[in-house]
Ligand binder design. Structure first.
Ligand code: NAD
Length: 424
């Protein structure tokens, strides 16, 4: 299977520096106290582990595992676990900090964390992945906890890995505590609506932004990069709202069709094709680098970080970017987008639907009482609309972009937590 080369010339720059650049800009604009800024520039806890795994061929391979807790000022830390070859301490630190800001933006009683294992899940057998996930859960027994640090799926992981991690954690602690991890399959305490939640949040944010822009969903087109959890649900839900999806792509292939792509056909295709788009015939195959700059009104980068850079930002034709992925836009690309008048709904708002429904899952696990999918979706949509409105208002109050306004909104809340809880 070939991997497409995406135009991410700056992918090797520090992602945590990208977080700090935005954090500093927001802090300056809102006059955040230097004490609070200093606290938030430094993650609370960083754990790195070695995970020796017996591979199917009998050889032992040692994998690197990470978990970073960025903050716990608003509650226990929350954040996903990523399985990918480019996982490293800098990336996990950046993703953990984004989780702090994301949870604050979505009005959730959580701090932020993130974890990951440097591995290629597509090249591993199910047995190898299970042993790796269980080893990771064991090594994190003093980090995770239902009221301490609550992981969830991220890139390269899904409900399957969450169930293994839950089982191993429960074995180690001797307690059955389903709320210690979210994004679980329904049968073991997952929430209805969680699987589609991040894509749903992208859809709600897109509709909210289009309304502010006086654009009707039925009159606009969209391109979605990534056809995994976030991208596929986002594309499906946007299409259901009448938006014409003209471009889709994953790590194997990208496609464009100005007449609109039948998303149901694409979903059926990947379901039968090892979850990848290569070979899809419902649109013309294009180069990966063309996808993001192709003609559309709404662009949803929903795959990976650092894909909108100084190299391609000026060529983007969309009027609205809704960041399904974490960190798809580099700090250097931000001013180019702003100058072009492109509205960008930032990741910490746009993809906060996932953690919002993870929170609902945790609440249901704690209560031992489960909601209908309609209840979950209704509560989710309302929370997203409130979060969007607060940030939109802060763009006017602070005369800034939605990204910096989102950071300001988050910092206004976290600042209270830091000040009220105090320091040593
Ligand atoms: P996933 O593993 O389900 O899917 C990732 C998708 O990205 C796949 O379709 C893959 O083919 C594609 N991809 C990988 N490399 C690519 C490349 N070079 N070019 C084009 N496409 C490529 O992951 P996901 O859960 O959908 O996560 C995607 C992004 O969304 C990540 O940044 C993740 O951190 C973020 N996110 C996920 C969630 C969630 O609930 N899953 C929540 C918030 C944010």
């Amino acid at each position: 299977m070939s991997t497409q080369t995406v135009n991410n010339a700056q992918a090797h720059e520090s992602m945590f520096d990208a977080v700090l650049a935005r954090l500093d800009a927001a802090a300056k604009l809102m006059n955040l106290s230097s004490d609070v800024l200093n606290v938030l520039r430094n993650p609370q806890r960083e754990v790195k582990v070695s995970l020796p795994i017996t591979m199917d061929n009998g050889k032992i391979e040692v994998f690197e595992g990470y978990r970073t807790v960025h903050s716990t000022h608003l509650g226990p830390s929350k954040g996903g676990i990523r399985y990918a070859m480019d996982v490293n301490s800098d990336e996990v630190r950046a993703l953990a900090a984004w989780m702090s800001f994301k949870c604050a933006v979505a009005n959730l009683p959580y701090g932020g964390a993130k974890g990951g294992i440097k591995c290629d899940p597509r090249a591993m057998s199910v047995g190898e992945l299970e042993r790796l996930s269980r080893a990771y859960a064991q090594s994190m027994k003093d980090v995770f906890g239902v009221n301490r640090d609550i992981p969830a799926p991220d890139m390269g992981t899904s409900g399957r890995e969450m169930a293994w991690i839950l089982d191993e954690f429960n074995k180690v602690t001797g307690e059955d505590s389903p709320g210690v991890i979210t994004g679980k399959p329904i049968a073991v305490g997952g929430s209805l609506g969680r699987d589609a939640a991040t894509g749903r949040g992208v859809m709600v944010n897109t509709l909210a932004a289009l309304k502010k822009m006086n654009l009707k969903p039925t009159e606009v087109t969209a391109v979605v990069q990534g056809f995994g959890n976030v991208g596929s649900h986002a594309a499906r839900l946007l299409a259901e709202k009448g938006i014409k999806i003209v471009g889709i792509g994953d790590h194997t292939a990208s496609f464009y069709n100005s007449n609109g792509i039948d998303i149901k056909a694409a979903l059926d295709f990947v379901a039968k094709n090892n979850r990848v788009l290569k070979g899809f015939t419902g649109a013309t195959e294009i180069n990966a680098n063309e996808l993001l700059i192709s003609k559309c009104d709404v662009l949803v980068p929903g795959a990976l970080q650092n894909v909108i850079t100084i190299d391609n930002a000026s060529k983007i034709q969309a009027k609205l970017i809704v960041e399904g992925a974490n960190g798809p836009t580099t700090p250097e690309a931000d001013p180019i987008l702003n100058e072009k008048g492109i509205i960008c709904v930032p990741d910490i708002l746009a993809n906060s639907g996932g953690v919002t429904v993870s929170y609902f899952e945790w609440v249901q696990n704690k209560a031992g009482y489960y909601w209908t999918e309609d209840e979950v979706n209704t509560k989710h949509d309302l929370k997203m609309e409130i979060a969007f409105e607060a940030i939109w208002n802060n763009t006017t109050t602070y005369k800034t972009s939605m990204r910096i306004a989102a950071y300001i909104t988050a910092l206004q809340k976290i600042e209270q937590g830091v000040k009220l809880k105090g320091a040593f």
